[in-house]
Design a protein around this ligand. Structure first.
Ligand SMILES: N[C@@H](CCC(=O)N[C@@H](CS)C(=O)NCC(=O)O)C(=O)O
Ligand SMILES: [Co+2]
Length: 247
């Protein structure tokens, strides 16, 4: 799988070119802009995200010549927030989500209250509120109408409630290196959880409590995941986007 972006810097192969890229990355104000994926019914998803998750519909754009519609949703304006960009392709009502995409993380102040609301609205809860296995943060998992998973994480007030995109990767060091070199992200935190046989690496452009981050998960012994066709791609400012992993 390759990049689908313009301005592909994967060709910067000499070390001098890499140095320049890293310098440039430090100077510009890069951040994660959108996470892009496909849904089978736009109105159904918009209803779920606005009523159950408290997002706002920021904009909607129909491109009939190309037979698709985009909708942007999030917790604040696009110029300051990481937002969701949904794609509906005319006539396609179902996608295979695959196993490489894990979940989106949403920070909420009261997980139990949020879960109760989601249940009252008929939403699907796949993991009841309680401390994360091997830790103390209260979490819950829910599924949207297409089956995309959202992890609710109990946190104090935050400027960026849409706070994580969890992707499963087959080689953690290779992926860390990729996101550092190609996108100038920082390794913010790495945590091994031997009891549950996985390691996570948080990568991003700033601290986890203020910026959306990528949560890369390596499951012991698993080197490949089925990617499906629903995708979750992340776009960064100014003009890069990447698929879920560099393989
Ligand atoms: N095997 C898991 C490893 C990642 C994992 O377990 N993550 C934690 C959250 S950081 C989790 O989902 N815990 C489930 C729970 O606490 O019920 C996967 O691939 O999703
Ligand atoms: Co997570």
């Amino acid at each position: 799988m390759g990049f689908n972006a313009t301005g592909n810097i994967a060709h910067a192969s000499t070390s001098a070119a890499q140095e320049n890229v890293l310098e440039w990355v430090k100077k510009d104000k890069r951040r994660m802009l959108h996470v892009v994926y496909r849904v089978g019914d736009l109105d159904r998803t918009i209803k779920f995200y606005t009523e159950c998750l408290g997002m706002k519909l920021l904009r909607r754009r129909d491109i009939p010549e190309e037979r698709y519609t985009n909708a942007f949703l999030g917790y604040g304006p696009e110029d300051s927030h990481f937002v969701i960009e949904l794609t509906y392709n005319y006539g396609v009502d179902k996608y295979d989500i695959g196993a490489g995409f894990g979940h989106f993380g949403i920070a909420v102040e009261d997980v139990t209250k949020t879960v109760d609301l989601i249940k009252a609205k008929g939403g699907k809860v796949t993991r009841e509120p309680g401390p994360v296995k091997g830790g103390s943060t209260v979490i819950a998992f829910i599924e949207d109408p297409d089956g995309y998973k959202f992890e609710l994480l109990e946190r104090g007030p935050t400027p960026e409630p849409l706070c994580q995109v969890m992707l499963r990767v087959g080689d953690l060091d290779r992926s860390i290196n990729f996101y550092e070199k190609a996108f100038g992200m920082e390794l913010l935190r790495k945590r091994d959880n031997p009891e549950y046989k996985y390691t996570i690496a948080m990568m991003g452009y700033g601290p986890e409590d203020k910026n959306a981050v990528l949560e890369l998960t390596y499951n012991y012994g698993v080197s490949e995941y089925d990617k499906g066709n629903g995708y979750a791609q992340v776009e960064t400012f100014p003009f890069f986007s990447f698929p879920r992993n560099p393989s």
